[in-house]
Design a protein around this ligand. Structure first.
Ligand code: T5A
Ligand code: NA
Length: 212
């Protein structure tokens, strides 16, 4: 036989959910857990507000600027594209990426505004796909009761209800999606995410191909 296509890599682990569903809290705990076990890992978050595109997005989200729905949709997608190459390099270097929001947020939030679903999905095609997706499921009313809700553009209960519907429409049974009850305690949720993540990370270390 010729040279094997084996190539160890890190896993792309995605957390998705409504605003205030607990994504960032879980990402930070998962990073601490993996780091303790000497598994190389980093947190990446979208939007990445540090880039030029990210600054435009941040200004829009904090209502300092206005953009039409199609334009902001494409900026969110561009903010993922501008990091794609670096993301691939980090994964191939063996680092697991714990990602706080990605394409599903991009699609769900824009589709909730009434933009055509297929049009919303199109600019996401060709990005690296996650190996596991943890959807932190929470009734929008409960999320609305958590800290500081209401300051950014999309933090309105009526809109979050529409976003929740879109997320649920995007989930499928391809084995990557895990619906997590986000009303449970932070530590219980974390243990569940850890248990489900370790075999995925192991598979990626064994050379499972990158998804797209
Ligand atoms: N967006 C994003 C798009 O429209 N298109 C896109 O392509 C992308 C990527 C970005 C906004 O942009 C939109 C979506 C968003 O509206 P953001 O900066 O990601 O926003 O901010 P949020 O996702 O809203 O982040 P939040 O910080 O609001 O929510 P998290 O990260 O889900 O929640 P977290 O962990 O900060 O927790 C929120 C509060 O709840 C408590 C925490 O202590 C904290 O006070 N909490 C819990 N309380 C009880 N039980 C639990 N299990 C708890 N877990 C956390
Ligand atoms: Na967050």
């Amino acid at each position: 036989g010729g040279s094997a296509a084996f190539s160890s890599r890190g896993a792309f682990i995605l957390l998705e959910g409504l605003d205030r569903s607990g994504k960032t809290s879980q990402c930070e705990r998962l990073l601490a857990f993996l780091t303790d076990r000497q598994i190389p890992a980093e947190i990446w978050r979208y939007p990445d507000r540090r880039t030029t595109v990210g600054k435009m997005i941040s200004s829009y989200l904090s209502k300092k600027s206005e953009l039409d729905d199609a334009t902001i949709h494409l900026l969110f997608a561009a903010n993922r594209w501008e990091k794609r190459e670096e993301m691939e390099a980090r994964l191939r270097s063996g680092c697991t990426l714990i990602v706080d929001r990605y394409s599903f947020s991009g699609i769900a939030f824009s589709a909730a505004k009434g933009l055509d679903l297929d049009w919303c999905k199109a600019p996401e095609v060709g990005l690296i796909a996650p190996d596991a997706i943890f959807y932190l499921q929470i009734p929008p009313e409960i999320a609305a009761g958590r800290g500081q809700y209401g300051e950014e553009r999309y933090e309105r209960l009526s809109f979050q209800k529409l976003v929740a519907k879109q997320f649920e429409n995007l989930m499928n049974d391809d084995g990557r999606w895990h619906v997590i009850d986000a009303q449970k305690g932070i530590d219980e949720i974390q243990r569940h995410i850890q248990e489900l993540s370790l075999p995925v990370i192991e598979r990626c270390h064994q050379g499972a191909p990158l998804l797209d």
